[in-house]
Design a protein around this ligand. Structure first.
Ligand SMILES: *Cc1c(COP(=O)(O)O)cnc(C)c1O
Length: 482
């Protein structure tokens, strides 16, 4: 009998643990310390295991199926990352331990900082930010502090293309900046004339996602960087998704001054469901003094006998702390493992395969689902969720129907500049068989859309829950089991 058929697992007196005989004299707890009216479940160990294992299978996950969620980079999380993150020396450290007792952990953080500098072409890095959006806020605060230190408090305007991730304008607004949206041109690049018109002496900088959320590399990157720098502004790079660039191009070399990385996307650490992310921020030499404190550095160089001594330092004009303690350490271990496992050659191959897989899918699908900005894509591409001959079938219907095929839907209705957007990112970790299976599923869905649209409108049919009222679910959170 499966668990849902049981009304209530809890049975009075049932126990999941047996306590050993006490080796100290028994004593009653003082009055007021215990409550007897809490309705805690009384269950056995196997009840608990089945309950949570069943819950874990109600959702789609990267370990159970293909997850082509554009912009989110749902690549496979190698299990060796989990092994290293669970090494006792990493697992049991406490952030308040004296630095002499956590030298291994500091060494790992230092070398992760060095790797990020090398991969991105930057001079300095902070590992503190908790996720991408937090990295953006940190980055724009650094840009603001840099201009203020040069006497330019009037520089408050930040330019953000209309294809940008919604966190870009949100982070900028949180930092007290004035957000100006830039339109895209017909090829999906930033409209250069619009950019030029905004380049004045109130310009703080521009936030660029490149490749952008259409999966396209901006063909005028050099012009954009020149226009912004000539106007005294700084270039912010949204590096949440570095999957197309790893080992091929370094944003620092291309003129980006500040960039956040999402370890939970590009560097294969698990995410989703609001789990821990990590959004390190890297900067050019001119901005290094403004990074949040503390940063891990070598305090005393080592020699042939002794390893170097690592410790924390505070940059000269630091904007201060952006997070308690030192960031999400367990994620650092996973990301560093991934970087070391691949090495420089392997990381380049990651990018090559991610781009190849996305272009393969685009070529196979564009006859069925229109691709509005059609030129070679980077690690993802955006199609329209519209099928010829099925005018009332929408991207949402296609996305929901994919669930019946055991496939997580692509990101949909983003970016906003594509009608009925389906944003597809296969990642480098999927095989050709898997990609071909996805194409077959989408082609079958297109055929269903023409012959039996109702099956799409009412999808999904095979999942634990069907279509949800997402607005109501977000506004009326019910977080307890009644
Ligand atoms: C995911 C993403 C972000 C935000 O990262 P979070 O870790 O979710 O806060 C920002 N920009 C782009 C392009 C992204 O894909």
């Amino acid at each position: 009998m499966s668990e849902p058929l049981l009304n209530e697992l809890s049975q009075v007196g049932r126990q999941g643990v047996r306590y050993p005989a006490p080796d100290v004299p028994l004593a009653d707890l003082p009055d007021g310390l215990t409550r007897h009216d809490l309705p805690l479940p009384e269950v056995s160990e196997i009840d608990v295991v089945r309950h949570f294992t069943r819950l874990s299978q109600l959702n789609h996950s990267i370990d159970t199926g293909f997850y082509p969620l554009g912009s989110c980079t749902m690549k496979y999380n190698p299990k060796i990352n989990e092994e290293t993150a669970r090494l006792p020396g990493f697992l049991w450290v406490h952030p308040l331990q004296p630095v002499e007792t956590v030298q291994g952990s500091l060494a790992l953080m230092y070398h992760l900082q060095e790797s990020i500098k090398e991969i991105g072409g930057f001079a300095a890095v902070t590992l503190q930010p908790a996720a991408g959006a937090h990295g953006e806020l940190t980055g724009v605060l650094i840009m603001r502090a840099y201009h203020a230190a040069n006497g330019h408090t009037e520089r408050k305007k930040i330019l953000i293309p209309d294809s940008a991730h919604g966190t870009n304008p949100a982070s900028s607004a949180m930092a007290g900046l004035q957000v100006v949206q830039l339109p895209s041109d017909a090829r999906g690049n930033i409209d250069l004339a619009a950019l030029e018109a905004e380049c004045d002496d109130t310009l703080l900088g521009l936030m660029l996602t490149n490749p952008n959320t259409l999966g396209l590399f901006d063909e005028h990157l050099e012009d954009i960087v020149r226009l912004v720098h000539d106007a005294g502004g700084l270039m912010y790079g949204d590096g949440a998704n570095m999957n197309a660039l790893l080992g091929i191009a370094r944003p620092g070399d291309l003129g980006i001054d500040v960039m956040h990385f999402n370890l939970h996307k590009t560097f294969s650490t698990p995410h989703g469901g609001g789990g821990p992310g990590s959004g390190p921020v890297a900067v050019s030499a001119a901005l290094a003094d403004f990074l949040p404190a503390p940063i891990v550095d070598i305090i005393e160089p080592g020699d042939e006998e002794l390893p170097p001594l690592y410790g924390f330092v505070t940059p000269k004009h630091s904007i201060g702390r952006v997070k308690a303690f030192h960031g999400h350490f367990g994620i650092f271990v996973r990301a560093y493992t991934y970087i070391l496992m691949h090495g420089a050659e392997g990381l380049r191959q990651v990018a090559e395969n991610a781009v190849l897989n996305a272009n393969y899918l685009m070529a196979k699908l564009k006859g069925t689902y229109p691709v509005p900005y059609e030129r070679p894509c980077m690690h993802e591409f955006v199609a329209e969720g519209q099928v010829e001959g099925a005018p009332d079938v929408r991207a949402l219907d296609i996305a929901k129907r994919l669930l019946d095929y055991g496939i997580h839907p692509p990101t949909n209705y983003f970016p906003l500049i594509v009608h009925e957007a389906l944003m597809i990112e296969p990642t480098e970790t999927e095989s050709k068989q898997m990609l071909d299976g996805f194409v077959v599923a989408l082609e079958q869905i297109a055929a269903e859309a023409r012959t039996n649209p109702e099956v799409l409108h009412t999808a999904p049919h095979n999942t634990p829950v069907g279509r949800l009222d997402e607005v109501k679910a977000a506004k009326e959170l019910i977080l307890t089991w009644e």
